[in-house]
Design a binder for this molecule. Structure first.
Ligand code: F6R
Length: 233
């Protein structure tokens, strides 16, 4: 594990874009693992400005809400199309857990199978929730968890309400890659900026427990954390 402390989200996004481009260039054909959410927006904007061009044929999303249409402006698939695929000219396959060929009873197993066949991902981007969730592996998720449908924690619903218009009925379930699924990537690039994320980071790094999903990944040899938190490293 490597921790890189940065001054703020702006510096962190630039550093993350630099690392993402570098890591993906080591094996340009390897698929990429993408995350969504506010934390990733600066990174995708930097990649666009730098003229980064993905050379792989497949991108895999970490998670997706259940019950939103794939083209819903609030779906993660749409977010990735808008912030990554369109601006960076990515024309390959976008694999979204629970959606398209991965809908239905065998969908999660199929997602795992295709990921295993086309992987490993050269780099998997990760954020962290204020309650410590990784992808949508909420506190309580086991380290050996796999792609599955989950119920979102109340704290997650409250935090994510900011991504939806007022009055919108938020989805309460999602399909998420499991912690063991995520751990298959060669490099995990985790970004966490702002005081609201610091406690979740500290707990995940200091206490091995299913209460802190990050703790399942701390022994991953390719874990890189970019944060403005002072973790005393
Ligand atoms: C999104 C995801 C989530 C977010 C987390 C932080 O694909 O996997 O775990 O990374 O909820 O979201 P933001 O960055 O909006 O605070």
């Amino acid at each position: 594990m490597r921790i890189e402390q940065v001054a703020d989200a702006s510096e962190g996004s630039s550093r993350a874009a630099e690392l993402f481009a570098l890591l993906s260039s080591a094996d340009p054909g390897a698929p990429l693992g993408l995350a969504t959410g506010a934390t990733m927006q600066g990174l995708y904007a930097r990649l666009t400005t730098q003229g980064f061009r993905p050379r792989c044929s497949d991108i895999f999303l970490l998670d997706e809400y259940v019950g939103l249409a794939e083209q819903s402006p609030y779906s993660f698939a749409e977010e990735i199309r808008k912030r990554f695929s369109d601006p960076l000219g990515f024309q390959g396959h976008t694999h979204v857990p629970g959606q398209g060929p991965y809908a239905g009873p065998d969908g999660n197993a199929r997602f795992e199978q295709i990921l295993a066949e086309r992987g490993p991902l050269s780099v998997q981007l990760l954020g962290i929730g204020t309650n410590g969730h990784i992808a949508f592996n909420e506190p309580g998720s086991p380290a050996d968890s796999r792609t599955r449908e989950v119920v979102l924690a109340q704290e997650t619903l409250t935090a994510n309400a900011r991504h939806f218009p007022e009055g919108f009925v938020l989805p309460t379930r999602a399909t998420t890659q499991g912690l063991a699924t995520i751990a298959q990537a060669s490099t995990l690039l985790l970004l966490a900026f702002g005081p609201s994320k610091h406690e979740a980071l500290r707990s995940g790094l200091s206490t091995v427990s299913t209460d802190h999903p990050l703790s399942a990944l701390v022994d991953h040899p390719g874990l890189i954390i970019i944060t403005d938190a002072d973790l005393g490293n």
